[in-house]
Design a protein around this ligand. Structure first.
Ligand SMILES: [Zn+2]
Length: 477
């Protein structure tokens, strides 16, 4: 049903900044502390308490803006966003409104159906987080934890440039990767350090005007992004096809039911009565401060991927996997620097190293130098690929030097042609009838002979060498 329809999605992403203290006070931001232990008069909103901006948070926000190619404004203004909620003791949140920190950036990502898409970033502004309402701690009561109140946030408002739920997910993954690369946030959706709301509308294919949109909230895991947006898209299409009309409202996603329901209207507040924050002067950034943030940015993922394609002759797909996060990319480069051939190093990183990391809290347990040695042992014919995998597993679990471990496990291939010739003579002697059939043209028996030599050598013969010796002996005699 959706082929004659187009979906229009724009994401608003809230990202907690990785700072030790809060946006406007010195309270700690550590996640998981006992409730209401990281609070003070400022973040509790007690009368007369005055906010002081956190310079580290401003620096991280500027880095994010620069990484997204935004224009960073020399002057921006903090504003009060007024609404009532139990987890907001002040009755307002300090945010930015008509003069945000940064505007007009882009994010390019690989869309599943359209290839490389460059989506707009309308604005990026600074704000403080609200506290947290906890509904499952006491029966029939809601508890409030204000440890999160005042934690620094950026909000990244994307343009209506995404055309499917799958595209929204790919965009968000790319955004998360970028923010992790530049180290401004841990971007952990489960802990709430990255949160996303989506504006969704649909139109018939070929239409250009934007129709009424809804806002989907409460998407609290990466896996739910695509599901929640699919449910909302399908709801809107069904509604219009049955003669109804979409009304502008906020929909809450229920992951247990995989359904959306409208937020009760009294929970909604469209008029935030924004006005400039009277307790804070405009935020003025010097060119030196912005330049300092620019120089603190590492190589960004897209640039790194392109460089890996150019420098190491990797395919775009392989380079994408190897640069999926900064730790893996650095690891790969260290393996190559330790002497491994670039493509072989990529093959090992993409398979054994990433699989092992997945099972061990993302730790890359085999040191780059050791992996480079394993790659060299395979290339030199000392280890078969199978044996090398065993050695990799041992080094990962226990550490140590690959060659020593390979010797201890009896995995070194015998590449001494005299020794291999001994096994070949034994095998040919024991299979006279197969030798006869081979000589009369049944050359596919070579695989059988190689297998027999491997068996006789208990897997230690270098199979390429074994085949060469077998060919010599079978043609000579
Ligand atoms: Zn505080």
């Amino acid at each position: 049903m959706s082929s004659s329809w187009e979906t229009i999605i724009g994401l608003e992403t809230h990202v907690q900044l990785r700072t030790k203290s809060k946006m406007f006070c010195g309270c700690a931001t550590a996640f998981g502390a006992p409730p209401n232990t990281q609070v003070c008069p400022v973040c509790l909103g007690l009368p007369g308490a005055l906010p002081m901006p956190n310079g580290a948070a401003i620096g991280l926000a500027v880095r994010a803006a620069l990484a997204l190619g935004c224009t960073v404004h020399p002057k921006s203004v903090f504003a009060r966003k007024n609404y009532f909620y139990p987890d907001l003791p002040k009755g307002y949140q300090i945010s930015q409104f008509d003069q945000p920190l940064a505007t007009n950036g882009t994010l390019s990502f690989l869309a599943p159906e359209r290839g490389i898409v460059t989506a707009g970033v309308v604005r990026l502004h600074l704000e403080e987080d609200a506290g947290k309402s906890i509904h499952d701690r006491f029966p029939k009561a809601t508890a409030v934890d204000l440890n999160r109140s005042g934690v620094p946030l950026i909000e990244i408002v994307g343009g209506p440039d995404l055309r499917s739920p799958a595209e929204a997910r790919a965009y968000l993954q790319t955004l998360k990767q970028l923010l992790e690369y530049i180290g401004i946030s841990d971007c952990d959706m489960e802990k709430g350090s990255l949160r996303v709301d989506a504006n969704v509308s649909v139109r018939r294919a070929g239409e250009t005007a934007l129709n009424t949109r809804t806002e989907v909230k409460n998407i609290n895991s990466f896996a739910f992004v695509e599901k929640a947006l699919t449910v909302e898209r399908d709801r809107q299409i069904a509604l219009i096809e049955s003669g109804g009309a979409v009304t502008q409202q906020t929909m809450l996603y229920d992951s247990k039911e995989n359904a959306v329901r409208p937020q009760r209207s009294k929970e909604e507040s469209h008029d935030y009565r924004y006005f400039p924050e009277p307790d804070l002067p405009p935020l003025v950034l010097t060119p030196e401060f912005v330049a300092e943030q620019q120089s603190a940015l590492p190589e960004l993922p897209a640039a790194k991927r392109d460089r890996f394609v150019a420098t190491y002759a990797l395919s775009r797909e392989h380079a994408t996997v190897v640069t999926s996060n900064r730790a893996v990319a650095d690891y790969y480069e260290n393996v190559v620097r330790a002497g491994a051939e670039p493509q072989a190093a990529a093959n090992w990183v993409m398979t054994e190293a990433l699989a092992d990391a997945k099972d061990h809290q993302e730790q890359l347990r085999v040191a780059p130098g050791a992996l480079a040695q394993i790659v060299a042992l395979v290339k030199g014919g000392t280890l078969s690929h199978q044996a090398a995998k065993k050695v990799f597993g041992e080094v990962a679990a226990k550490g140590g030097e690959p060659r020593t471990i390979a010797e201890a496990l009896g995995l070194i291939q015998v590449a001494d042609s005299n020794v291999v010739a001994g096994w070949v003579t034994d095998v040919l002697g024991a299979h006279a009838s197969e030798v006869g059939r081979y000589k009369s043209g049944e050359t596919k028996l070579m695989a059988f002979f190689v297998g027999q030599v491997m068996r006789a050598s208990k897997g230690k013969a270098d199979p390429k060498l074994a085949q060469r010796v077998l060919e010599e002996k079978l043609t000579a005699s």
